[in-house]
Design a binder for this molecule. Structure first.
Ligand SMILES: Cc1ncc(COP(=O)(O)O)c(C=O)c1O
Length: 383
């Protein structure tokens, strides 16, 4: 059988060799606690923690003190959303979208349980937020708008620059979950006040990420302790992880110009050929789409069965959002773009990465039509 053909890079990515190498120094040789005073610790602080902060802030066009290291984007999202709410004396109004990651949606539900009000903006059939809807929803008591940069399931890239400008006109804070966009293409920080990113989606380690917080934005910490990260995130910093995140960021930046068109070309080939399968559809937009993302629905079959059958053929892909698997709930994103339940259950997400080859794509395109046909033959639903 073929070696593993990994097509689930939106779920996670393999750690790059140079990232692993950069990290390894800080596990053993320079293992000091960056808060201690002796020289090993100073190296961990200067060469590990602060040098990484500098590399990441340079990439983003931010100031060093605007980067708060966290345990990943789930924490960054929670810190941004709850941190803004908790910094205020009174209940407030918040705006987000129906297609956010659960790290955002569940944080907002938590706020609703505590007396805050949340407006969930709908999206069009491509997953795009209408800037006019945002404008209409802003109120005098709106504290924060949170809209993702790019959707993890259907790859829609939202017009973040424009949405953040509208929000800024009203003096309201703007947060974006940029997990799927960070490192993949140049980001527009513009009027963005808070931005979440994660290491493991860009060939860095799991369990590390950051929140960009524009200088001056009021935020209440969620963790209390030694006052690390300017008091916003107590807890000894994960120095090897942070070094890995910075190294991974720079690698992404170096490769962007070649890698984006390469992945887009492979992705477009997949879309063109998969749409030849009868009763298939592409979910998400043709334009304004992450270059590595393709998401399909196949009438009459369950997404889970497709994923399992592909797995038997050594192809790793996902259905719905990998983060909510193995839940058998239909994807909230696909329902939000107007898909009926039957199609929302039958989705397949293919996300390419740096290690995806043309041969991998050929192999997928050989196997997938057979898998769909087999499942349709076996399915009572398909008639
Ligand atoms: C859009 C989005 N936000 C947040 C997360 C959570 O990131 P982490 O795994 O770093 O907590 C993910 C991961 O799947 C994601 O795709």
């Amino acid at each position: 059988m073929n070696e593993l053909v990994y097509m689930d890079n939106a779920a996670t990515t393999p750690v790059a060799k140079s990232v692993r190498k950069a990290m390894s120094v800080f596990f053993r040789d320079e293992f000091g606690n960056p808060s201690s005073l002796y020289s090993t610790a100073t190296t961990a602080r200067k060469e590990g923690l602060e040098r990484s902060r500098e590399r990441i802030s340079d990439f983003l066009g931010a100031k060093q003190e605007e980067i708060i290291f966290t345990s990943g984007a789930t924490e960054s999202d929670n810190l941004a959303i709850k941190g803004v709410a908790l910094s205020r004396d009174e209940s407030a109004h918040f705006i987000t979208t129906e297609i956010e990651h659960h790290a955002v949606l569940h944080a907002f539900e938590w706020l609703e349980d505590r007396g805050h009000e949340v407006t969930y903006l709908g999206v069009d059939e491509d997953g795009l937020v209408d800037p006019a809807d945002l404008r209409k929803s802003l109120r005098d008591d709106t504290a924060l708008v949170s809209i993702m940069y790019a959707n993890n399931e259907i790859g829609t890239i939202e017009p973040i620059g424009e949405l953040a400008d509208i929000t800024a006109e009203k003096g309201v804070l703007f947060h974006t979950d940029a997990v799927q966009a960070y490192g993949k293409f140049p980001l527009d920080l513009g009027n963005v006040d808070l931005l979440s990113a994660s290491g493991h989606k860009i060939y860095g380690p799991k369990g590390v990420g950051f929140l960009y917080r524009r200088k001056g934005v009021k935020l209440e910490p969620l963790f209390h302790g030694g006052g690390h990260e300017k008091g916003l995130r107590s807890g000894t910093e994960n120095v090897p992880g942070i070094v890995g995140l910075a190294e991974a960021t720079e690698l992404m930046a170096e490769e962007q110009n070649e890698e984006i068109p390469r992945e887009r070309k492979l992705r477009d080939k997949i879309i063109e050929e998969v749409l030849n399968i009868p009763d298939s559809r592409l979910n998400g937009p043709n334009k304004n789409r992450l270059p590595n993302n393709a998401n399909f629905s196949f009438k009459g079959i369950e997404g889970e069965s497709i994923v399992m059958k592909l797995d038997n053929r050594n192809i790793a892909a996902s259905t719905g959002s990998a983060c909510s698997s193995p839940s058998l709930e239909p994807s909230h994103v696909l329902l939000s773009i107007g898909l009926p339940l039957s199609l929302a259950h039958g989705s397949l997400r293919i996300t390419l990465g740096r290690e995806t080859t043309e041969e991998d794509v050929e192999y997928l395109l050989e196997e997938l039509p057979e898998v769909i046909e087999e499942l349709r033959r076996a399915s009572p639903l398909s008639n």
